[in-house]
Design a protein around this ligand. Structure first.
Ligand SMILES: *Cc1c(COP(=O)(O)O)cnc(C)c1O
Length: 384
């Protein structure tokens, strides 16, 4: 089967991991800080905090933002459930903002309208908004950040898909238009640590809180402890945190992968460009990429007539191509329906979902495999 995405592991990656296995530090050693520095430098951001996965990154980011019971977080319905679940972990409520039908990201127009309506009706305004860089494409961060100033919310950019992407000629994750951004290093994402995640920020206070929540709420920092240090063993738990640490094994893999991130993203873009050319003559829609953005292309999504989507999907599986669907709108999940959401609440996300399919785009996809995918999509459409 040709998957929709998969990791690329080199001999160098393997030997970096083996070196850690032979070293003194499997976790809480020097590799985590090195990986954090590599990512911070790459993104042009001051702080990078590595955690055990992208979901943990969103969770500690919500804690650092002070989100809690009685608050509400707004995100896109066209995302993985973790972008919304992070609010529920801290006892906050979730609401959604519908997508732009062209970029498939949270619509800045819809966000503005929903904010204005909430203010006019005296309804709750969001404490945190989570724009999700769908497929690797940055959201309209300029407009979202100016709405954040007007309506006083924290911008937590879920950039799980988008490390290596660019916005206004800056790397995604520079936090020039967000308070924090998070990455996931799951094997289908742009770079991998097997499981892993990271939060980036330029804010000193947020960085400090993120580090605390990552590791039990425990600190040795003299500036943070409240009591008198009784000796060099002394530490304090000053808040309730978690064990969300990344291991040195993972961090070494991540740092090694980061040496090839530009090659990964370039190759994903080459694959995407060839798809766009091939599909221009077919009844297929694709994600619009605004001219001020460069996508990291975690996903290449196509849209076909909703009446034939399921059939095309199964014909491609029969042909050995493991296409997938990103995403079933989060508000349609039983868990969220039980909280009161209904079909029809976010019609653009629902319409997109009914037509969507993610087809293979990853660095190791060969030209021959891609030719086969294009031919198979063509044949599947002809057969329906
Ligand atoms: C992958 C992903 C996550 C969660 O990352 P994990 O590392 O799998 O926990 C969160 N949000 C989005 C949009 C993702 O695609």
């Amino acid at each position: 089967m040709i998957p929709y995405g998969r990791q690329s592991i080199s001999d160098d990656d393997i030997s970096e991991v083996i070196d850690v296995l032979r070293s003194d530090w499997l976790t809480q050693g020097p590799n985590v800080g090195c990986f954090e520095q590599v990512v911070a430098d790459y993104c042009g951001v001051r702080y990078a905090i590595a955690v055990s996965n992208g979901t943990a990154a969103l969770h500690v980011a919500c804690l650092a933002a002070g989100l809690g019971t009685g608050d509400v977080l707004w995100t896109s319905p066209n995302t993985f459930v973790a972008s919304a679940n992070c609010a529920r972990y801290v006892g906050a409520d979730v609401d959604f903002v519908d997508i732009d039908p062209d970029t498939l990201n949270m619509s800045a127009d819809a966000l503005e309208l929903k904010l204005r309506t909430a203010r006019n009706e005296g309804a709750r305004l969001p404490k945190v908004v989570v724009p999700v860089d769908f497929g690797g494409l940055s959201c309209d961060m300029n407009r979202i950040s100016s709405l954040a100033r007007e309506y006083d919310f924290t911008v937590l950019e879920d950039a799980s898909h988008a490390i290596g992407g660019r916005y206004l000629d800056l790397p995604v994750g520079s936090c020039s238009h967000s308070d924090m951004a998070t990455f996931s290093f799951h094997p289908v994402k742009i770079v991998t640590t097997a499981e892993g995640g990271m939060i980036v920020t330029n804010d000193d206070a947020l960085a400090e809180r993120l580090r605390l929540f990552r590791s039990h709420g425990i600190t040795r920092d003299p500036a943070l402890v409240t009591g008198d240090p009784e000796g060099i063993w002394y530490y304090e738990q000053v808040t309730l945190g978690y064990n969300y640490r990344m291991t040195d094994i993972q961090a070494a893999l991540g740092a090694s992968q980061m040496k090839r991130i530009d090659a990964f993203v370039d190759r994903r873009n080459v694959v995407a460009a060839r798809y766009r050319e091939a599909f221009a003559q077919m009844p297929i829609g694709t994600q619009a990429i605004p001219s001020d953005c460069a996508s990291a292309y975690h996903l290449f999504v196509i849209r076909v007539d909703a009446a034939v989507r399921a059939h095309v999907f199964s014909l491609l599986w029969d042909a050995g191509i493991a296409v997938n669907v990103h995403y079933i709108p989060v508000h349609m999940q039983p868990y969220y329906r039980n909280l009161g959401f209904q079909p029809g609440d976010f019609p653009e996300a629902e319409r997109y979902y009914s037509e969507a399919m993610s087809i293979p785009d990853f660095p190791a996809l060969t030209d021959g495999e891609q030719t086969y995918v294009i031919q198979s999509v063509h044949d599947a459409l002809e057969a329906t």
